[in-house]
Each structure stands twice: as structure tokens, then as C-alpha cells.
Ligand binder design. Structure first.
Ligand code: HEM
Length: 444
């Protein structure tokens, strides 16, 4: 990043304008603000007040390394509280947060290489086989449905028949939670903007009833003191877990973690995968190399590199946030308590001097090395880093390889799909419109 120019009185106004423009789907102004200000600018965030937006890796590192009594890693996530609940993982801090992460991690981290991989392969093959042939269609919505199915199975072990009862209420709840209405209501929460929202509460209650019925059914039928009593999905692990005092988790705490997992996984991996295909179909040489590797079935190094690169050039989550607890010096400025720090991931990943030729989609840059440090952080960083990172990477690699083995994909239109900011997701404007043809080698 170039040296930071002196702060101007106009900066928060310009910064807020740039964010507004980004929310109405043009984030070029955000990039221009970063160019003007050397990777950090001030703005006002609706509902949160004073804020700075960051894209300078050195400053992001300073924020991520700051001690917990200076930077609050959970407070910025409270905007998720209406859905994931007060005790949802992202809203917690300290000992309670650490303990719950330890309980939940095995469901999505340690099992990733075993049974989940085979299940993911079967799911990806079904989705690839169901794609229409020879006509343009949007691949994204199909990936979203498939990955929702996956997370419901990992979290609650739901089979297809049981899943049908959950899909409607969850869709309804998340439709409201991702709408602009929730931002306005969050802004007005002090005067009852969220409390006085009957349709939202009806949707949430419908989901809560399903979760509590499932908890009750498991508690009744299985002995959670057995090694795999309660099931080997996330819910089973939560039912068997005990707190430091030896007591079991309450139904409310379990409900909040189930919702945290579904909310965390619901669109993120599918959006990342949709972007990976959007990039691949516009880079036939990359697709060719992925296909050659996938045909061998034994390796996935190149598929991994494609995933890392897609998450770099088009991170599905647009930002993550932290809040200042005590006066904090950052890049020559002192941020006062209560200031929200927003890390803008796409600009960070394109910061000058970080990745050579940053605009180019080139998976080769990741061959023989894993991303690390503060210049690649699609999953955030520190104590609140994404719990599903390894699961998401595995799912993306498997889908890419199965699709490459099964179909020839080409873009339905030549131009890149625009990046649309929806809530905090960067989504492909057309949902990745492609034309699929069955690969000659794989037919019959
Ligand atoms: C490509 C896919 C994904 C991306 C890009 C992504 C991104 C993120 C980001 C940026 C955060 C915030 C991290 C921070 O504040 O430092 C986060 C948190 C979280 N994610 Fe993901 N995520 C993905 C997939 C998943 C999946 C599949 C799951 C569930 C299995 C999941 C569950 C969570 C949870 C529970 C948290 C909160 C962790 C905590 O606060 O301790 N995510 N994710």
C-alpha cells in the first residue's frame, strides 16, 4: 500500500457514500477510496456509528493480533443474533466460545476426510447428472440447494423425507434475514424495529419448533452417555457434550449452535463454488488442467489451487468485523472505543504488492503452497475464524472434480458476471449461467 495520506474531514462522508454505492451493487467507489486513503478509510455504519474500512494487510494483521481486551471479536457479529440467537457461536467470547468450538469442531473438521467425502461425491454426481444439457441455465441455484441438503445432513442427520419439513421454514427465515428490511429494522432496534416484526418471529418460531422437537426426540430415544449415543452428527455431539461444571448443554444453547451452523454454511460454500465455476468457464486452460487432474481420480492438488484462487479473487463473504474496546492505534490513527473495524476482503486480496498480477485468475500461484498470512482470509482470522473452512474446501474440491469428470461447461455469455453485494455476500450477478454438455469419455 502507498503511504497513507493525511485524513480529510470529508473522508467519513465519502466513505459512507462509497459503502452505500457498494450496497446498491457498485463497489468500484470502495476500491477508489482505498486507493485515495492507502488501504484504510473512515465511515459511518448504519446502526453501529463510527467505523473504519480496511484493505491493508499490515493493518489487518495488527487488528487480528491485538489482545482480546483491546479488540472485541464477537460484538460486530451481534447483527446475526436475531437468527443464531444470543448464545450462537459467533456472538460469544472467552471461555464459553472456546468450549463450544471444541465440541462442534469434530462434526465439521475431523470427519471431513472420511465419510463426508464419499457422501459429498455422491451428492455432486447427482447434481452434475441432473443438469440440463445443451441449453443455458444458472448453475448457482442448483449448488445452493445441494449444499443446503449437505449441511442439514451434517448438522441434524436428516434424510430426504425428514428434510422436506425443514426446507420451507428455513427458506422463509433466511429470506427475511438476508433482506434489506432486516438492516433497516436492526437500525431501529432500540424502538422495537426487531421486536415488532411478527412475520419474522413466526418464521423463527417455526424453525425453533423443528429443532426443539428433534432435540426432544433424540433425548428420548438414545442414551447420550454411549460413545455415539445421540447420533454422530453435530446435534449428537452437542447432546453428549458437558460444560466445565459437568452439566449438559441446555436445549436453548444447542438450538443456537444448530442455527449457527446452518446460517454459517447456508450460502457461503455454494456461492464460493458458483464463483469458481464462473471463473473456470472463462478460463478454458484452467478448466483443461482441472479436467486432466480429475480424470486421474487420485490427486486433487490442482483442484485445491482452483479453490484457493477462486476464494481469493471472489471471496463469497464480503467483510468481517471487529469492535474496538480500548483506544487502539492503527496506521497512525487512534481509534476510540466502540469503533467498528470492517475488513473488506476483496480489496484486501487485490492489495498492490501482495499477489503478483492480482486481477488474474491463476490457480498455479497456489501450487506447492498453502495460503496463509494476512493477504488471503476468505474465512476470517483468529478465535472466530470460520469453523467450516476445511469442510467448505473439501466440498468445493469434490464438486469441481466430479463436474470436470462429467460435463463440459461453457459460459452462456462471454462477459464476466458482475459482483452483486447481497447482505454480506458477494454473489455472481447471473448465478453463473452456463451451457453443459456430457463429456464424450463419460457417456454410456
Ligand atoms: C466458502 C465457504 C465459507 C466462507 C467463505 C466462510 C466465511 C466465514 C467468515 C468470513 C467468518 C467470520 C470469521 C471471522 O470473524 O474471523 C465465518 C464464521 C463462521 N462460519 Fe464460515 N464460511 C464458509 C463456510 C462455512 C461452513 C460450511 C460452515 C458450517 C459447517 C461455516 C460455519 C461458520 C461458523 C459457525 C462461524 C462462526 C465461528 C465463530 O464465531 O467462532 N462456515 N465464516
Amino acid at each position: 500500500m502507498p503511504p497513507r495520506p493525511a485524513a480529510s474531514a470529508w473522508e467519513p462522508w465519502l466513505g459512507s457514500g462509497a459503502l452505500l454505492a457498494a450496497l446498491s451493487s457498485d463497489d468500484r467507489l470502495v476500491e477508489r477510496m482505498f486507493e485515495r486513503t492507502g488501504g484504510m478509510f473512515r465511515l459511518w455504519l448504519p446502526g453501529a456509528g463510527k467505523a473504519v474500512m480496511l484493505a491493508d494487510p499490515a493493518l489487518v494483521r495488527d487488528v487480528c493480533r491485538a489482545p482480546a481486551d483491546v479488540i472485541d471479536a464477537a460484538r460486530a457479529n451481534r447483527v446475526q443474533e436475531p437468527v443464531i440467537g444470543r448464545r450462537g457461536l459467533a456472538c460469544l467470547d472467552g471461555q464459553e466460545h472456546r468450549r463450544l468450538r471444541q465440541v462442534m469442531a469434530p462434526a465439521v473438521r475431523e470427519r471431513v476426510s472420511l465419510r463426508l467425502r464419499a457422501t459429498t461425491e455422491r451428492l455432486a454426481q447427482r447434481v452434475a447428472d441432473d443438469c440440463p444439457l445443451g441449453v443455458p441455465f444458472a448453475l448457482g441455484p442448483r449448488l445452493h440447494l445441494a449444499l443446503m441438503e449437505a449441511i442439514l445432513s451434517i448438522t441434524l442427520g436428516l434424510d430426504p423425507a425428514a428434510r422436506r419439513a425443514w426446507e420451507g421454514p428455513l427458506r422463509e427465515l433466511f429470506r427475511r434475514a438476508a433482506s434489506y428490511e432486516i438492516s433497516v429494522r436492526y437500525l431501529l432496534r432500540q424502538v422495537g424495529g426487531l421486536a415488532l416484526w411478527p412475520s419474522f418471529h413466526r418464521s423463527r418460531n417455526a424453525c425453533d419448533r423443528l429443532i426443539h422437537d428433534e432435540i426432544a426426540r433424540r433425548r428420548h430415544h438414545v442414551d447420550p452417555d454411549q460413545a455415539d449415543g445421540g447420533g454422530d452428527d453435530l446435534l449428537g455431539m452437542l447432546l453428549r457434550a458437558r460444560g466445565d461444571d459437568g452439566a449438559r448443554l441446555t436445549n436453548e444453547v444447542i438450538r443456537d449452535q444448530v442455527m449457527s451452523m446452518i446460517a454459517g454454511a447456508r450460502t457461503t460454500t455454494a456461492t464460493g463454488l458458483t464463483w469458481a465455476f464462473e471463473r473456470l468457464v472463462r478460463h478454458p486452460e484452467v478448466m483443461g488442467r482441472l479436467t486432466a487432474e480429475s480424470d486421474k481420480c487420485a490427486e486433487d492438488a490442482y483442484a485445491g489451487a482452483v479453490v484457493y484462487e477462486a476464494l481469493r479473487v471472489r471471496p463469497p463473504v464480503a467483510f468481517f468485523g471487529r469492535v474496538v474496546r480500548r483506544p487502539f492505534e492503527l496506521g497512525g490513527r487512534v481509534l476510540s472505543p466502540g469503533t467498528t473495524i470492517v475488513v473488506h476482503l476483496r480489496s484486501l486480496h487485490h492489495a498492490p504488492g501482495l499477489h503478483p498480477d492480482p486481477e488474474t485468475f491463476r490457480p498455479e500461484r497456489w501450487l506447492g503452497r498453502r495460503p496463509g498470512g494476512y493477504g488471503w482470509m476468505p474465512f476470517g482470522a483468529g478465535t472466530h475464524t470460520c469453523l467450516g473452512d476445511q469442510l467448505a474446501i473439501m466440498q468445493m474440491k469434490v464438486f469441481l472434480q466430479v463436474f470436470a469428470r462429467t460435463l463440459d461447461l461453457s459460459p452462456a455469455r462471454a462477459a464476466d458476471e458482475p459482483v452483486r453485494l447481497m447482505a454480506i455476500s458477494n454473489t455472481p450477478g447471473e448465478g453463473c449461467r452456463v451451457v453443459a454438455r456430457r463429456r464424450a469419455a463419460t457417456t454410456g
